[in-house]
Design a protein around this ligand. Structure first.
Ligand code: DGI
Ligand code: FE
Ligand code: FE
Ligand code: FE
Length: 184
């Protein structure tokens, strides 16, 4: 499947506003890749597909997690986390993506993990700071991203973790690990 076919198929999976977000993540990922010395083509590919599962019904995501033996502990945490590993599975099986680093950038774009690759960091950070995002602290993240990949991503995880604490929600262990890793 070429880039244009992939874009058409992804667009059809989501409402217009989510496609606008995806385009923002694509553009931002390319900028960050060039800035920090990563491959812009693979960064954009991961960005195109990162939210492909976002509008899948919960039950269908749950089924993929169970039947494809994705980490079962996901099921005990916020459903918002599920679209990332399920998206990686769709990218591989429905879009023919074979690049495991691209698949991991999709898989870990929401939770992060300890020891993220540069590609994973770029997609996760682009998701936080694409031009359509508006949450308290997003401009600090954008400013940090002009020079510091890790510091900007750390600010992103800090913001998510604070948000989850405010809402009284649990924090997925990989997100805590991702933040700890960036502080080491
Ligand atoms: O899919 P997007 O909206 O573009 O962004 P995302 O994939 O980063 O998803 C963010 C959502 O996931 C946000 O509403 C917070 C929620 N979430 C729930 N539990 C956790 C979590 N995010 C992280 N990083 N860690 C969690 O434990
Ligand atoms: Fe997402
Ligand atoms: Fe994210
Ligand atoms: Fe996203």
């Amino acid at each position: 499947m070429n880039r244009e076919q992939m874009i058409e198929k992804v667009k059809a999976e989501m409402p217009e506003r989510r496609w606008l977000h995806t385009q923002g993540v694509m553009d931002t990922a390319i900028v960050l890749a060039k800035r920090f010395g990563e491959d812009p083509v693979r960064s954009e590919l991961a960005a195109i597909l990162h939210d492909v599962a976002k509008y899948w019904p919960t039950e269908r995501m749950k089924q993929v997690i169970q039947e494809q033996s994705l980490p079962a502990d996901l099921l005990y945490y916020d459903k918002e986390l599920w679209h990332a590993p399920v998206g990686a599975w769709i990218a591989e099986h429905e879009y023919g993506v074979t690049d495991s680093e691209v698949l991991n950038a999709i898989r870990y774009h929401t939770s992060g993990r300890r020891g993220m690759t540069k590609l994973e960091k770029i997609v996760c950070l682009a998701d936080y700071m694409e031009p359509g995002r508006d949450f308290p602290g997003v401009n600090d993240i954008r400013r940090l991203s002009e020079q510091f990949l890790d510091e900007a991503l750390l600010a992103g995880f800090n913001s998510t973790i604070s948000f989850l604490i405010q809402k009284g929600k649990r924090i997925f262990p990989l997100t805590v690990e991702a933040r700890n890793g960036l502080l080491e």
